[in-house]
Design a protein. Structure first.
Length: 359
């Protein structure tokens, strides 16, 4: 399906995405909630749902074709996470162990020092990571927090890694300060379909998230934005999340797809497990609708079999969180990941962007 255009010269720059029309509207649904006619959107939600509904083999075949047009199919980016300011968060995200609203046993801590961060960055680099992502459990950083984080970004850049952070909502001037400090990516997830957002989080709305993404874009920082599946949503809900991401004025350069980590004490702790094949479908649909994005197989890998992870890579995932810990919960250890990638003949990717295909 040709929903995007390509340019034809160098083979390392991302293709130019030309939206049919800007689709954001006043309540931030991107025109893809059930209340709107979104037929003019780049990816009408019904078309996204049609992809989800394909026979599994046909979906995988489409996803693989798109993946191989734009990426080296045997190369996986390794991004390491560090929680630089943990817990005590005033937001009430129903999935999150760091919210002060829930008793999850996560202890709140202060912002880490540059020396502590440097130690973690060097360890991540020595283990083979190319991107380092710092997470902070803030609703929105204060300007004095941004000054301190700018110093931490400097540490990552001095050690030669790509820098990403996820700090909550940003103003436009804060985004510019982070760009000036050398930030490459900002992670801010849309998390779920617009119509489900209020069921998961009451302390902010989807429009707050979209505003921050717009500030990040305007500051010329690359956007990392995805969501969580397995929160009890239907397939139509998953289609709504992917449509919302794919219809952003420019779709994100990085798209983390998280399988809910069900943490005791959070409201979503007892949510039934998502069928793993549904998770694989979500990866495939993200790949097809956002061809030049790094699609990251994100939280939830610890509970996934090697076979399911291999299917995610076949479906077009080309990035993982790498290292024994996500922010507060576990991730497969480095030895398990090395064994899995070796078994599949996959290489670690070094900050490569999608190649341009001839128009
Ligand atoms: N406070 C900032 C914010 O919310 O943007 C940054 C940190 S927050 C922990 C980053 C993302 O982690 C969330 O947007 C969510 O997508 C993901 N996340 C948090 N808890 C999770 C869980 N239990 N399972 C899967 N993903 C989770
Ligand atoms: C993202 O999409 N997933 C990461 C990262 N961005 C910041 C976080 C996952 C957190 C899982 C729960 C935890 O470890 O606290
Ligand atoms: Fe706070 Fe982010 Fe967790 Fe929400 S997801 S409770 S904003 S740390």
């Amino acid at each position: 399906m040709s929903q995007y255009t390509t340019s034809s010269s160098s083979d390392v720059k991302p293709i130019q995405i030309v939206p049919k029309k800007s689709v954001l509207n006043s309540h931030g649904c991107g025109g893809d909630c059930t209340d709107h006619d979104d037929s003019q959107a780049r990816w009408p939600r019904a078309k996204v749902l049609d992809l989800f509904n394909l026979p599994f083999n046909d979906l995988m075949w489409q996803a693989q074709q798109v993946h191989r047009q734009h990426w080296d199919a045997n190369e996986i980016e390794h991004a390491t996470l560090l929680s630089v300011k943990t817990g005590g968060c005033p937001e009430d995200c129903g999935y999150c162990p760091q919210s002060a609203s829930y008793d999850t046993g996560v202890e709140a801590s202060k912002l880490m020092s540059p020396d502590e961060v440097r130690e973690a960055v060097i360890a991540a680099r020595d283990a083979g990571a190319s991107r380092f992502c710092m997470g902070a459990a803030w609703r929105a950083p204060k300007d004095r927090d941004i000054e301190k984080v700018a110093e931490l970004i400097g540490v990552i850049k001095q050690e030669g890694l790509e820098a990403c952070c996820t700090l909550g909502m940003l103003t436009d001037s804060q985004a510019v300060s982070l760009k000036d400090a050398g930030l490459d990516y900002y992670n801010h997830n849309l998390d779920t379909a617009p119509e489900l957002y209020g069921d998961i989080i009451s302390t902010r709305d989807m429009q707050d998230r979209l505003d921050t993404l717009s500030h990040v874009r305007s500051a010329n920082i690359k956007v990392c934005s995805g969501g969580i599946v397995g929160m009890g949503e239907t397939r139509a809900g998953r289609a709504g999340l992917i449509a919302q991401l794919a219809n952003l004025p420019t779709f994100p350069e990085s798209v983390p797809i998280n399988d809910l980590v069900r943490v005791p004490g959070t409201p979503l702790a007892d949510t039934p497990e998502l069928d793993p094949l549904e998770f694989v479908r979500t990866i495939a649909v993200a790949r097809i609708t956002m061809p030049t994005a790094r699609v990251r197989l994100s939280a939830g890998r610890q509970a996934m079999s090697d076979a399911v992870q291999a299917m995610c890579f076949l479906a077009g995932a080309n990035s993982i969180f790498y290292g024994d810990k996500l922010l507060t919960t576990g991730n497969p250890d480095v030895a398990r990941d090395h064994a899995l990638l070796a078994k599949l003949g996959l290489r670690s990717g070094k900050a490569v962007t999608a190649r341009v295909i001839a128009a």
